[in-house]
Each structure stands twice: as C-alpha cells, then as structure tokens.
Design a protein around this ligand. Sequence first.
Ligand code: CAA
Length: 274
Amino acid sequence: MIAAVIGGGTMGAGIAHLLLAGGHEVVLAEAGAERAAAAQAAVRASLEKAFQRGKLDRPVEDLLAALTVVEKLADVPAELVVEAVPEDAELKRAVLAEAASACPDAVLASNTSSLSITRLAEGLPGERFLGMHFFNPVPVRELVELVHHPGVAPEVVARARGWAEALGKTVIEVRDAPGFATSRLGVAVGLEAIRMLEEGVADAEDVDTGMRLGYGWPMGPLRLTDLVGLDVRLAIAEHLAAELGPRFEPPALLRAKVERGELGRKTGRGFFTW
Ligand code: CAA
C-alpha cells in the first residue's frame, strides 16, 4: 500500500517508521525544506535504533528507499492518510481538507489525542474519516485507538483495523468522547501526580517509582509527562477541563513550569533534568 503521513514530528516520524517497517511505501509531508529534512532525519534515526535492537528484518537503507518526503501532498494514490500535525483544530481541519482532495480514494485518519473527531469530520468526506490514535514511541507501544464518529462507514473502520493489526498493533475501538479512552485516563493520573507533588506527598522520583514498581508502568506519570511534553499535557488538560469539567483543571505547578519553558525532555528540564 501507499500511505501518506502529514506532519513529521515525533508522532508523524514514528508512524512513518511503523509503515515502512510494515513494507508500505510512505509519502511524508512536512512544511518547509528545513522541517522536511529534519523529519527525514528523524525517521532514519528511529529506524536505526530499531535495527540496532534487532527489531527490523531489512536494512535501514532498503526501508528508506520506500520513503518520499515532500513539502506538500499533491495527487498521491494513497490508500491511507494519517494526519499528525500539532493539536490545533483549525490546522488539522485545513490539512485534512487538502488531503481529501489530494488523495480522493484514501481513508483519512487523524492521530489527534484529544480533539473531537466529530467536529474534525465537519467539512470532510466523513464516511472515510476516523481517529487513528498511536502512542509514543510509535514503533514500541502496542496500541492503536480507533475513534468513531457517527458518519464513518463501517468498512472504513474495518480497513483501519486491518492495517493496524497487520502492523502488529492491538486495536481498541472508542466512541468519540473528550480524551477518548486513553488520554482521559493518562492525563487524569498525570495531573494527580503533579498535585501530589504540589502537596508534598512525595518527591517526583518516589511518585514515579510507586507507579513503576507498584503498578508495573514502564515509566512513572511524571517522567511520562516529561516525555510527552508539559505544554502538550497542559493543552490537553485545558481542553478536557472545558469539555468535562474542573476535575481536569491543570495544577498551578504545571502552568508555572510551562511559563518558565520547562517543557520536559525536549527542553532538558521538566519534572526531571534530562
Ligand atoms: N524503534 C525505535 N526506537 C526504539 C525501539 C524501536 N523498536 N525500541 C526502543 N526504541 C527507543 C526508545 O524509544 C528509547 O528512545 P530514547 O533513547 O529516545 O529514550 C530508546 O530506544 C531506548 O529504548 P529501551 O526500550 O532500551 O528503553 P526503555 O526500556 O527505557 O524504554 C520506553 C523506553 C520505550 C519509552 C518505555 O519507557 C515506554 O514504553 N514508556 C511508556 C511510554 C508511554 O506510556 N507512552 C504513551 C505516551 S502517551 C501518548 O503517546 C498519547 C498521547 O497522545 C499524548
């Protein structure tokens, strides 16, 4: 299959990696020459890491031969388009509308982790649009969350499930609701961990060790917030607070850290120093 991925950040590059490793041809769109080059480098770095870990059955160069990085999607005979641009509804709507005309036969999927799929579907050919939510790091985490809205065709959901399963993922299907099934719970625990820090219940290391060793999480909720990005978590929490009420109100400590530019791993400092 030919698949298109729009957005070459952490998630887009990870999704491109996954599709290439699954034997698909990938067209990756990222605006601007500099960002397109960075996206290409990110896919290469991720594939090299997987190769070093013995997770790829073909050399990295062979897989990269099936990757085309473009600055704009135009007339691509793709069967699947995955949108993975930043969590901005207007931006997503615009790139999805462009993809709908550039790829007239494709299933259109958004990797949004919290925005309403029903609202994104407005103005799109909704029967071929759904939420297809991957997890970071995409090649490693085993889940794909498929998000339905009332207008999606059942065969489109079935095709998305088939692709995800063929890529080795386990699928859950969720009705469109704020934060779906995963982000809602993940953010709830993350925000409570920050409130516990504010209240001096334990330090960051011990809060995290509690969930890692007591509950078997691969990493604790604060380190995970650092990995995802405090700014990303804050934006999701604000959206969930608006949709679901004050239980998702972001803690003052989260706002303060974001204001200070302590965004987590990407800036070298969040709840931990990286
Ligand atoms: N392909 C590419 N990279 C790979 C890889 C593979 N097959 N296998 C491992 N790696 C990468 C890891 O991502 C990690 O990268 P960094 O060096 O950048 O940290 C590195 O290789 C080391 O991997 P290890 O498995 O040796 O390291 P680890 O045991 O510390 O595991 C981890 C790291 C994979 C991130 C693990 O801790 C983990 O899975 N944590 C949980 C992550 C999680 O909860 N993700 C969900 C986030 S929320 C989200 O995604 C939703 C949202 O919408 C916001």
